[in-house]
Design a protein around this ligand. Structure first.
Ligand code: T6T
Length: 329
C-alpha cells in the first residue's frame, strides 16, 4: 500500500471507529483537500455550483480548489484536470466536457489515488461502481434528471404552440451527457404532440451568438417556425436574442433550460414561455459531501439526484422561485 492509500485507510478507520474528524490521522496530517472542475468558468450555472461547494467545504472544514477553463472544450479541460491532479487533492468533483474523451484522463487521476465524483455531466453511461466497463470508477454522479427536464420542456412547449407547428432544439454539441439527454427527453415528450414537427437540431458549441444566428437561419428556411427548445443557458439565451433581432420574440415560443438573472425580464416580456432552473448549488453541496464521505471511509450513494424549479411569467416574482436564479458572480 502506498503512503497516500495508507493515510486514507487510516483516516477511514478513524472515521469508522467514531474517533471524530479532529482526531483522525487524516486531519492530524492536515485538512482534506477536494477540487471542483466546472464545465467552464464563465457560466452562472457553475458559479452557483461553486457556491454550494464552498458552503459544504466550510461546513466540513475541507480545503476547496476551484479551477476551470473559460470555454466548454475538452482540449482546455484536460490540461486543467492535469494541473489539479498535480496538486494531489483527495478527490475531484468534475463536470466532464465529453462522455468519452474524459474517461482516460480521469482514469489516470483515479489510478493516482484520487477519488472522482461527476457533477452535472458524466462519463460513460453515468452508472458507476458496477464493476463493469471502463468508466464505472467514479464514486457518484450528482446531477439533475436531464431526460425528465427535456420531457418537461416538451410538455410546456407543445402546449404553448397549441400542439402543432415546427420546432427545433438549440443544442451545444453531441457527446455531452446532459444536453444529449435533454434532447432525447424533449424528442420523446414531443411524441405527445403528433401535429408538431421537430426539425433538425442546431449545434452552437456553447456560443450564444452562434445560437442567435442559427435561429435566424432556421426562421429563414421555416418562416412558420412555432417554437424552440434551448437545451442549456447559452443555447436558450442565444435563440431568444435571435428571436428578438428577427422581431418574432413572443411569437415563436421558447422553452429554455437554466436560469441566468436575465431570464426574469425575458419571462415577463414573453420572450421565454418558461425555463427549467436546475439547482446547481445543491449539486455542488452534495457533490462535495459525497467526495468527503468517500475519502473519510463512509458509504456514498452512486447517484444523487437534485431538483428543478420551473420558472414562468406567473411565478417568477415568488421568492421561493426567484431564489433558484443563478448568480453570475
Ligand atoms: O445547463 C448547464 C449544464 O447543466 C450543462 O451541462 C452545460 O450547460 C450549462 O452549464 C448551462 O450553460
Amino acid at each position: 500500500m502506498d503512503r497516500r492509500s495508507m493515510m486514507k485507510f487510516a483516516g477511514a478507520a478513524g472515521a469508522v471507529a467514531g474517533l471524530g474528524a479532529l482526531t483522525s490521522p487524516a486531519r492530524a496530517a492536515g485538512k482534506v483537500t477536494i477540487a471542483l472542475i466546472p464545465g467552464l468558468t464563465a457560466d452562472g450555472f457553475y458559479v452557483t455550483m461553486h457556491k454550494g461547494a464552498i458552503a459544504a467545504a466550510q461546513a466540513l472544514g475541507v480545503d476547496l480548489i476551484y479551477q476551470g477553463a473559460a470555454e466548454w472544450n475538452v482540449a482546455l479541460e484536460v490540461p486543467v484536470l492535469e494541473a489539479v491532479v498535480a496538486k494531489k487533492p483527495a478527490a475531484i468533483l468534475i463536470a466532464p466536457n465529453d462522455k468519452q474523451q474524459l474517461i482516460a484522463p480521469l482514469k489516470k487521476a483515479f489510478d493516482a489515488g484520487i477519488q472522482i465524483v461527476c457533477v452535472d455531466t458524466f462519463i460513460g453511461t453515468g452508472v458507476f461502481q458496477t464493476g463493469s466497463g471502463d468508466a464505472d470508477f467514479p464514486v457518484s454522479y450528482v446531477a439533475s434528471d436531464n431526460v425528465l427536464g427535456g420531457k418537461m420542456a416538451a410538455a410546456a412547449l407543445g402546449k404553448a404552440i397549441g400542439g402543432k407547428g415546427k420546432v427545433y432544439v438549440a443544442n451545444v454539441k453531441p457527446g455531452i451527457s446532459t444536453t444529449d439527454q435533454r434532447e432525447q427527453g424533449f424528442k420523446e415528450g414531443m411524441k405527445a404532440f403528433p401535429g408538431a414537427q421537430v426539425l433538425e437540431t442546431q449545434f452552437n458549441d456553447d456560443d450564444a451568438n452562434k445560437a442567435a444566428a442559427q435561429f435566424q437561419a432556421v426562421l429563414g428556411r421555416a418562416p412558420d417556425l412555432a417554437g424552440v427548445f434551448g437545451a442549456n443557458l447559452f443555447s436558450a439565451s442565444g435563440a431568444a436574442n435571435g428571436a428578438k433581432q428577427a422581431g418574432v420574440a413572443g411569437k415563436v415560443k421558447i422553452a429554455g433550460f437554466d436560469a441566468p438573472e436575465s431570464i426574469v425580464a425575458q419571462l415577463k416580456d414573453g420572450t421565454f414561455e418558461m425555463t427549467i432552473a436546475q439547482h446547481p448549488a445543491e449539486i455542488g453541496y452534495f457533490g462535495l459531501v459525497a467526495a468527503y464521505a468517500k475519502v473519510t471511509g463512509n458509504p456514498v450513494p452512486t447517484a444523487i439526484g437534485t431538483g428543478f424549479t420551473v420558472m414562468t411569467k406567473a411565478n417568477i416574482d415568488d421568492p421561493n422561485v426567484k431564489k433558484f436564479l443563478y448568480s453570475s458572480k
